[in-house]
Design a protein around this ligand. Structure first.
Ligand code: GLA
Length: 501
């Protein structure tokens, strides 16, 4: 009898405590939507499966999915971490309150933000009957971008805070600063200009851009060209409307606005297509742009996946990103540098490797590091898309972005991309042959301390007395055996001289 009573008591305690421990069943599809001031609705979805107090499933963003690595529920509270295929990891924690999930999202290097999600029956990001990519064919060259495109792009500095007024100010500043006359011709609006589509599917701008045609006219009136951004997926990387299923219609809209340059960013197309379909998907927009009969530079942005350098031009591309995103640090900039030399041979007039936009002037690197950034982008025949605030540049920034001798190396008409030719410890040599028989040479000091070196002219078969131009000092000197130079930490030297070859 005593045993039975105890037994019953134990069951009772277990029954009472179970709802406390496992009160919530979070299994299901949870969607949040937040309207931003620009009129755009931000969506995020959690697809959760709960088993006991363990959570599995995924967090869905417009641009792709993060798979839950670890998740647990405790009463009405939960916590999880989720990551993308590329290793980008976020954390979420929150509470079930009534029928709503209150979530705090922790991104790396950003302030946490809150969202409220409600249960839905279907996954709002699910696309049924994905349109098959077209059969492959080779697009003939469009004759644009004979030298690497130069200009300014809004993303590195403004990200989602770009609007009509800022673009106009940037257009004015590109002219008054001398940037336009130095070659920075394209003024490119990156992500977050997009609104919804009208009843016939025509893309609209959001309220940051009241009239895109008028804005393009203004940019053109300053002697500049006008660029815009989209994605082959249903959503851009920032979650705005993409061009999926509207490629021809969007190309026509861009042409009608007066667009001269399109950056086309893979983003959410990864939900629809494997990497092996990239060429066909990019070709679709390539064909659509050609069909407008407007000369539009076509910039592929798919982070260098699927060896894009082997097919980017066949899909109609004038340039293609070769890596994931740059950021304003020396470390990231040099990580990108280290992957560029082996693909040098794929670049040439009208079809360029794009190691991403410039960070010069954004404040995260030293002046010497920014000089290295500019010198190496020029050696690599990289597109020079400034990403700083040209309305107020320091003297240092101006002297880097407006160094005409370095720009001339970048824009050399022969269009041969340079590469790393040699390396001795922390000292690296990058060389690029130029059209007039000259050679451009960049010597980088990767050490965290100044390095004193003697330039090995004789190894390069440069005779004593050969005239060498210092492209940062803007002066000539005569080569001399064992000539000593001191290079600051992460800094570089850049020279130009008659090639002995
Ligand atoms: C991706 C691209 C960036 C930028 C953003 C915009 O990350 O690589 O250059 O265009 O999307 O959302």
């Amino acid at each position: 009898m005593v045993f039975r009573m105890r037994h019953l008591l134990a069951i009772l305690i277990l029954c009472l405590s179970t709802p406390l421990l496992f009160a919530a069943d979070l299994s299901g599809i949870w969607a949040s939507s937040v309207k931003r001031p620009d009129g755009h609705t931000d969506r995020e979805v959690l697809i959760l499966q709960q088993s006991g107090n363990q959570l599995t499933g995924k967090v869905e963003r417009p641009w792709g999915n993060l798979v839950i690595q670890q998740g647990s529920v405790n009463g009405d509270q939960f916590t999880l971490t989720a990551k993308t295929e590329d290793g980008y990891t976020i954390g979420c924690d929150g509470t079930l309150e009534g029928d709503k999930l209150h979530v705090t999202v922790h991104e790396p290097n950003a302030k946490p933000y809150e969202l409220v999600a409600a249960r839905t029956r279907t996954d709002p990001f699910l696309i049924a009957n994905v349109i098959p990519p077209p059969a492959l064919h080779d697009l003939p060259p469009n004759g644009l971008a004979k030298t690497p495109p130069m200009g300014w792009n809004s993303w590195n500095l403004f990200a989602g805070r770009i609007d009509d007024k800022t673009v106009r100010e940037m257009a004015d500043a590109l002219v008054s600063s001398g940037m336009r006359d130095a070659g920075y011709i394209y003024l490119n609006i990156d992500d977050t200009w997009e609104g919804d589509r009208d009843a016939s599917g025509v893309i609209q701008t959001n309220n940051k851009f009241p009239d895109m045609k008028a804005l393009a006219d203004y940019v053109h009136s300053k002697g500049l060209k006008f660029g815009i951004y989209s994605s082959p997926g249903p959503y851009t990387c920032a979650g705005y409307e993409g061009s999926y299923a509207h490629e021809a219609q969007d190309a026509k809209t861009y042409a009608a606005w007066g667009v001269d340059y399109l950056k086309y960013d893979w983003c959410s197309a990864s939900r629809l297509y494997p990497d092996s379909a990239m060429r066909a998907v990019y070709q679709k927009m390539g064909d659509a742009l050609r069909a407008t009969n407007r000369p539009i530079v076509y910039s592929l942005c798919q982070y260098g996946r699927d060896d894009v350098w082997t097919w980017g031009d066949k899909a109609g591309g004038n340039l293609w990103r070769t890596t994931g995103d740059i950021n304003d640090t020396y470390k990231r900039m040099m990580e990108i540098v280290d992957t560029q030399s082996v693909i040098a041979k794929y670049a040439g007039p009208s079809h360029w490797n794009d190691p991403d936009m410039l960070e010069i002037g954004n404040g995260g690197m030293t002046t010497d590091e920014y000089r290295t950034h500019m010198s190496l982008w020029a050696i690599f025949a990289a597109p020079l898309l400034a990403g700083n605030d040209v309305r107020g540049m320091t003297e240092d920034t101006r002297s880097i972005l407006l160094n005409k001798e370095v720009i001339a190396v970048d824009q050399d008409p022969m269009g041969v991309q340079g590469h790393r030719a040699d390396k001795y410890g922390d000292i690296e040599y990058y060389a690029r042959p130029l059209n007039n028989g000259d050679m451009a040479l960049v010597v980088v000091n990767r050490a965290d301390a100044p390095s004193s070196i003697e330039l090995p002219w004789s190894e390069m078969r440069i005779a004593d007395g050969t005239k060498v131009r210092d492209l940062w000092k803007h002066e000539d000197f005569a080569a001399k055996a064992d000539q000593p130079f001191t290079i600051p930490p992460h800094g570089s030297l850049m020279f130009r001289f008659k090639s002995p070859h």
